[in-house]
Design a protein around this ligand. Structure first.
Ligand code: ZN
Length: 507
């Protein structure tokens, strides 16, 4: 709550846990993916990562929730934990809906066992229970050790596991040529989904697990989206799994850097790499060509209608109608999304090209800096290195890419196909402060008070001298005094000078 109704006088300290609902994690990950940012493996990582943000405005955008679960200090009208939780509820805190009170340890054990099957239906992830002695007086008598209280203990549930058989271990070739071993499994249900394969990451991992085709293995999904192999329980396979000598796709010899774990296919015209690069090009964070997933891509490759990025833009209605399962509407939809992708900003195209070390973020930085593909193409190594956040390895990789004949040929073909090679200017936030009243207090570092007030006006806002409930933001500089205090009392959001400038999109 921003304000606590009927709060006790003086300092009140309520402790608890910040968490994310499962469906909010899914939505957050979708947004992260669109922006080309990292995907969170589970709700715990997402909550912790959101709190660790240096920029509180980012934290504020995350769908975080809070359960009050422990009492710190304060003069409260309760003599037990359950009484305290009831008070928290009445003060407006949310508390975990799952709790029970008992005097029998057998009830605790029964509750633990029964809850294991129903906990997955809750909107949030639960990995265990905490059992607490209820009366504060009893808690005081039991006391605490150096590490933890003697009156509370956590009972965790083991991570969901399943036992299955390894049917095969295949080698998948990524767009950079890296060869990843993947275990194909006898399909097995685990934590609500059917698992039929799992990545083994690399050949060191295979050695560590000692896994062979035919083995019985345990797999686990510990809140992770991707299952992992835990160990071999029964070695039934006879053949040790060794790195392939030849690329499973093109048959060229496999290459390994002496001090790296990865094995690579370095053949530039390897079909598996081409397929992975094309799929990346069309993917959501890149050119975002809807309807061009792996099934359609395989047909296009098989028919040889597509052999490089530019060929996608040469596809015609007749080409598509020749493919299996393609009717008028589906063909037209795909052509429409291919056409629409031509207008994507330069940052998307740069990411789509799959230059080594250039992820979505770096692509955006480069596009904002150079504005056109030709400016970037002609940039010297020194110019590339002078871009903030672009290190030596990255700039060398970009430089090499734009000095390889095959890349230059590809770029000219894409230009001829009519792709946008420019980056639009970042839109100004415009009237982001429309109708909002701001109060500046304390000493600002980068501008005077008058300049700050003028800036607020420029973005549609209005500056005021006093804080009230209607104040949208208080911007607090060094040595802010009573106005800051008033803002905190009224629950008015307080921004630092830096956050204020960020809000306006000026830094
Ligand atoms: Zn290959």
């Amino acid at each position: 709550p921003q304000k606590i109704a009927n709060a006790p006088a003086g300092l009140l300290e309520v402790r608890g846990e910040v968490y994310l609902d499962k469906k909010d994690l899914a939505a957050l990950n979708e947004r992260q993916q669109l922006k080309g940012d990292n995907i969170f493996a589970n709700t715990r990582n997402a909550a912790a990562g959101s709190l660790r943000q240096k920029d509180p405005l980012i934290t504020a955008q995350r769908p975080l929730k809070f359960f009050a679960h422990s009492f710190g200090t304060g003069d409260i009208a309760a003599d037990s934990f359950s009484g305290f939780i009831d008070l928290c509820k009445s003060w407006g805190f949310s508390v975990c809906p799952v709790r029970t009170k008992t005097t029998l340890i057998s009830d605790v054990i029964r509750f633990y066992n029964q809850f294991d099957s129903s906990r997955h239906q809750l909107p949030f992830d639960v990995d265990g229970l905490v059992v607490k002695v209820n009366r504060f007086e009893d808690q005081r008598v039991l006391g605490v050790t150096a590490k933890s209280p003697r009156w509370a203990i956590a009972f965790k549930y083991p991570a969901p596991q399943a036992t299955t058989t390894v049917k095969n271990i295949i080698f998948s070739v990524g767009r950079s040529g890296v060869i990843t071993p993947v275990a194909e499994l006898e399909p097995v249900p685990c934590a609500g989904v059917i698992i039929s394969n799992t990545t083994l990451h690399n050949f060191d991992e295979i050695k560590r697990l000692g896994v062979r085709v035919g083995d019985r293995v345990i797999i686990e999904r510990a809140g992770e989206v991707i299952p992992k192999m835990v160990k071999v329980v029964e070695q039934l396979g006879t053949q040790e799994v060794l790195p392939p000598a030849k690329c499973p796709s093109c048959g060229e010899p496999v290459y390994k850097e002496p001090d790296e774990v990865g094995y690579y296919c370095v053949n530039p015209s390897c079909p598996a790499q081409l397929r992975a690069r094309l799929l990346h090009f069309a993917s959501r964070g890149a050119m975002d060509i809807e309807g061009l997933g792996d099934v359609v891509m395989d047909k296009l490759l098989e028919s040889q209608y597509v052999t490089d990025f530019a060929d996608i833009y040469g596809l015609t209605f007749l080409h598509l109608l020749n493919l299996e399962n393609f009717k008028d509407k589906k063909a037209q939809n795909l052509l429409d999304s291919i056409e629409a992708s031509k207008q994507k900003p330069l940052s998307r195209l740069l990411f789509a090209l799959g230059i080594a070390f250039v992820g979505a973020k770096t692509a955006e930085i480069l596009a904002d800096r150079f504005r056109t593909l030709d400016a970037l193409k002609n940039a010297s190594l020194a110019e590339l290195q002078s871009v903030p956040d672009v290190g030596e390895t990255v700039s060398q990789s970009i430089y090499d890419f734009f000095h390889s004949q095959s890349a230059l040929d590809q770029i000219e073909k894409l230009r001829a196909a009519g792709l946008n090679f420019t980056q639009p200017k970042k839109e100004l936030s415009g009237n982001i402060l429309e109708g909002k009243t701001l109060v500046f207090t304390g000493e600002l570092k980068t501008m005077t008070r008058t300049e700050a007030e003028r800036l607020a006006k420029e973005y549609g806002g209005k500056a005021s001298g006093s804080v009230s409930k209607k104040t949208a933001y208080v911007v607090a500089g060094e040595a802010a005094g009573t106005k800051l205090k008033k803002a905190q009392e009224l629950g008015v959001p307080v921004l630092t000078e830096e956050e204020f400038l960020k809000l306006l999109g000026r830094i």
